[in-house]
Ligand binder design. Sequence first.
Ligand code: SAM
Ligand code: SF4
Length: 325
Amino acid sequence: MTAALLDTFGRVATDLRVSLTDKCNLRCTYCMPAEGLPWLPSAELLTDDEIVRLVGVAVSLGVRTVRLTGGEPLIRPGLPGLVARLADLAELSLTTNGLGLTRLAQPLADAGLRRVNVSLDSLRADRFLALTRRDRLDEVIAGMAAAAAAGLTPVKVNTVLMRGVNDDEAGELLEWCLERGYELRFIEQMPLDPQHAWDRSSMVTADEVLERLTARHTLTPVERGSAPAEVWLVDGGPARVGVVGSVSRPFCGACDRIRLTADGQLRNCLFAREESDLRTALRAGATDAELAVRMQAAVRAKKAGHGIDDPDFLQPDRPMSAIGG
Ligand code: SAM
Ligand code: SF4
């Protein structure tokens, strides 16, 4: 099997996001309602063996980097064992809310995990509580330190700014990350919330973030490639800061990503409204070659862009936590 995962616009998928669970131990207001969501039935979740098999097929088709996400990936039982198997197949990173990292950072690093992104939207305990509905800021901060100590570096920090909620913390968050050697990434809020309450006017745009940062620092652009984040050296470097302007500065033309949900559906875009059911095929006895053909067909169907600005844009049925952020 040598064919790549190629779409009709000439893009080649080489980066796979794998959601390990749709469940989470936080309830970020823009991601989940307080009561949680109707979780996927456990019989529908891919087993470790099934994930390893599907990632293996994707790697045979040219996938080179795999990022584990969720929901909260650290709550998956036996994670270091799965990481050890996946690290043999591809360069592996993980996106987490940081809870549990104090315990898991070293075992995950030992298992072959290379890097982590830890999400943090506020450094103020009262705001963290209001935003995540859990009083666990200290644990997240300790988790980042544990990740750095375990060599999961550079530790990247993901922040979603919301107008009137935490947008006054942009500068503070950057200083805090610079002091610790963490690389901050601001992510524009996207229409992927289960409440369907996203509103463009409350989204803090990449331009606004940059305006705030350049008031305090000199930013020098770093070449972007296919990475969704635009990255700048801060005050000449080596420190860096990034902005993921998915909505106002879409990078669909250079997108090299595909996603596998925790229940085994392949998605060619975060905003796709169709999925390819690899789980059913796999459990019905499909061979690796048959699974590869399905993956290639799913990637071929990838649209040119996410279409958020189109008048007929429809949010995907699944929220971010179930797709794998
Ligand atoms: N639980 C892990 C975490 O929070 O990092 C991994 C999954 S979470 C869905 C991944 C990232 O997506 C987090 O950084 C989170 O802030 C971000 N996110 C969630 N909903 C979002 C939205 N509607 N727009 C932009 N980013 C979002
Ligand atoms: Fe959980 Fe991550 Fe969603 Fe927050 S953003 S509720 S940590 S999945």
